[in-house]
Write a protein that binds this ligand. Structure first.
Ligand code: SF4
Ligand code: SF4
Length: 169
């Protein structure tokens, strides 16, 4: 049962200070093309937007689904209200990290080992026809950059406190 009496009415300003967020009318267009909506549990960016708008701070802090976003930006292009759901997703990750220093994103080992969470593989035939690489390039193809990225990651408090998770990765 959600208790709106405990809601943080300033949450939207803390997480994503954009008045456009309040224009979200829950249409689900952002979900229809979202590859992470097939994750388990699914990323339902519409629901995250609703939590932020209603000020459901505890529920938002407990919800890990924003970390499955593959940053494809499709939702951003599709949203009819220019809510910028992709940017909202990143803002939620940032807010969660700032508000819970012990937080370990479920995908952190994947991020450390290959530099991203999930590969986006689509339009491979069109890419081939255009002479592009079949798969979208990722940081994995740039070992020096990946090393730099890992060094930066190792400086974060959450990883220093949980470095046992990265042994052998
Ligand atoms: S964020 Fe945009 S696309 Fe998603 S439910 Fe809200 S208005 Fe619809
Ligand atoms: S940017 Fe993230 S939330 Fe938006 S469609 Fe892509 S995976 Fe889904």
């Amino acid at each position: 049962m959600i208790d709106l009496a405990k809601a943080n009415k300033n949450l939207w300003q803390e997480v994503f200070n954009s008045k456009d967020l309040r224009y979200c009318f829950n249409c689900s267009t952002c979900i229809s093309g979202c590859p992470a909506s097939n994750a388990n549990p699914p990323l339902l960016i519409r629901n995250l937007a609703r939590m932020v708008i209603l000020g459901l701070e505890d529920e938002l802090l407990d919800d890990d689904t924003a970390w499955t976003c593959v940053t494809c930006s499709r939702c951003e292009e599709m949203c009819p209200m220019d809510v910028k759901p992709f940017e909202l997703c990143l803002a939620i990750r940032k807010w969660q990290s700032e508000n819970d220093e012990t937080r370990i994103p479920p995908s952190i080992v994947e991020i450390y080992s290959r530099g991203y969470t999930q590969a986006v593989e689509r339009n491979t035939e069109q890419r081939k026809a255009l002479g592009l690489p079949e798969k979208l390039p990722t940081i994995s193809e740039y070992p020096d950059l990946l090393d730099e990225f890992r060094k930066m990651l190792m400086q974060t408090k959450v990883i220093k406190q949980n470095d046992y998770m990265f042994m052998g990765v």
